[in-house]
Write a protein that binds this ligand. Structure first.
Ligand SMILES: [Zn+2]
Ligand SMILES: [Zn+2]
Length: 156
């Protein structure tokens, strides 16, 4: 441990009962630290109090989640949120609000050939497109057909 400054030492309420947390640089009673500090091998390690420890663990878990997300979808959570915001929080193709998509989340849609991230879609649009092999010709014909018979209903 680096030498403690006199200012920090002066803040110690009782050297027998308190340890310095090297993370937040504050004196905490013995109970605030994990039991491992009693092991002789840990005598010279830097002590970190339990709240600082769990804060660090939480940050590590968060990082791990971000990493998984990035690996799975090719973008990180921030980029994802930015894309959703750009689409006003709605599915790009059907305009359904994000909350109505499965798990209240829009899907990151990829081009199945290149893996490029395209847009954010609701789970139904994402699934439908995939089932039709992302084939523009099929989808266009489908759209034309639906429109054709819809207009027939209206004019009849
Ligand atoms: Zn601490
Ligand atoms: Zn949709």
């Amino acid at each position: 441990m680096p030498a403690l400054s006199p200012e920090i030492l002066a803040q110690c309420p009782d050297p027998a009962e308190y340890l310095l947390c090297s993370s937040h640089q504050g004196w905490e009673p013995d109970e605030a630290f994990g039991h491992s500090r009693h092991a002789p091998t840990h005598r010279f390690r830097q002590y970190v109090c339990k709240p600082c420890n769990s804060k660090a663990a939480k940050a590590r878990r968060h990082l791990a989640r971000d990493y998984d997300f990035q690996r799975k979808y090719g973008i990180d959570q921030k980029q994802r949120d930015a894309m959703v915001a750009e689409q006003d929080g709605k599915c790009y193709t059907c305009g359904k609000p994000e909350a109505e998509s499965r798990h209240g989340q829009l899907c990151v849609d990829h081009c199945h050939d290149t893996g490029t991230v395209r847009r954010m879609l609701c789970n139904v649009c994402n699934l439908a497109m995939g089932m039709l092999n992302d084939d523009p010709a099929t989808l266009l014909r489908m759209a034309d057909m639906i429109a054709e018979f819809k207009s027939e209903v209206v004019t009849r």
